[in-house]
Design a protein. Sequence first.
Length: 179
Amino acid sequence: MEILIAKYHLHAIIDHFTIALCGTGVFVDLVGRVIVAIFGNVSAHARRLGNRLSRAAIVFLIPGALSAVFSRLTGESEAERVWDSISPAAQQILLSDSGTRWLFSHAVLGTYLMYALVTLAVWRVILEIRTRIQGTQPVYLVLAMVVLCALLYQGKTGGELVYDHGVGTNPTVPARHDK
């Protein structure tokens, strides 16, 4: 499996699905709720549109959460493959040993994000099924936005690993180590 992950750069491919699907899911859910909150009492059409957008979030969040699981698995495989060949600065971004940097390292944050995105997808499905917990919708949306911000930060650190440090790129091309 590691050979397939490395040969086809599956980690980078899957990560983009995770970001796009989960980001879109949170965005349409938020937009739907805002439309209902602002225009729901004024227009039945706006209320229907907002509710449809919000329900569409599930269509994005479920495959996005599954993609997050695969992002984590392929990321671990990719990290093991390139660890010895990367610069110390890149190793710090990937997995730091020091205090708070450890919490925000690419690998550790990826693990937390996987659990958070799966939890959000399950929570969103339960919100759709169970009317008794509709009161948790605002809490869900706030946490979803926080998780989305963390996911975007995760993408930023992944970009730094590739574009600033050359991690996972052609080893014959020298990496930039000026940061």
